[in-house]
Design a protein around this ligand. Structure first.
Ligand code: FE2
Length: 136
């Protein structure tokens, strides 16, 4: 099941952050599709490399926004990002070590894609009222 961008529950109040979220959701869906359709290592490896770099850049940017707008979940957000990058690295290592099992694909779906969608709703969306308050 691909994950979907939903402005009603995911908007962060910062267009650049939202744009980055949409890009990451697109590539996470590409990763799920490539893994489930077993498109071969090259496509999966390419998406993994794109995600790795972009997630890192996005998280750093978003963390600066949370500090700037004094978001109360800034620290929780940083810890969550570290958790994602750790999980991402573990799953990438397993894949690169030759694991192409359906179980790995399921964990990518649950621990990366679904996790990321939930993270945006539960934590990143808390930026929106802070941005609004700063503009008032
Ligand atoms: Fe976040």
């Amino acid at each position: 099941m691909p994950i979907a961008w939903d402005p009603a529950t995911m908007a962060s109040g910062i267009p650049t952050v939202d744009q980055q979220h949409r890009q990451l959701i697109e590539w996470l869906n590409d990763l799920l599709a490539a893994m489930s359709q077993d498109q071969g290592g090259a496509e999966v490896a390419a998406v993994l490399a794109r995600l790795d770099t972009y997630a890192d850049t996005h998280f750093a940017f978003e963390e600066r926004c949370m500090v700037k707008y004094r978001c109360p979940v800034a620290r929780i957000n940083m810890a969550a990002h570290a958790y994602f990058m750790k999980t991402f690295g573990e799953l990438r290592d397993e894949y690169e070590a030759g694991d192409v099992s359906p179980d790995l694909a399921l964990r990518v779906e649950r621990d990366l894609a679904q996790w990321f969608a939930d993270h945006i709703k539960r934590i990143d969306a808390k930026l929106a009222p802070c941005v609004k308050r700063a503009a008032a």
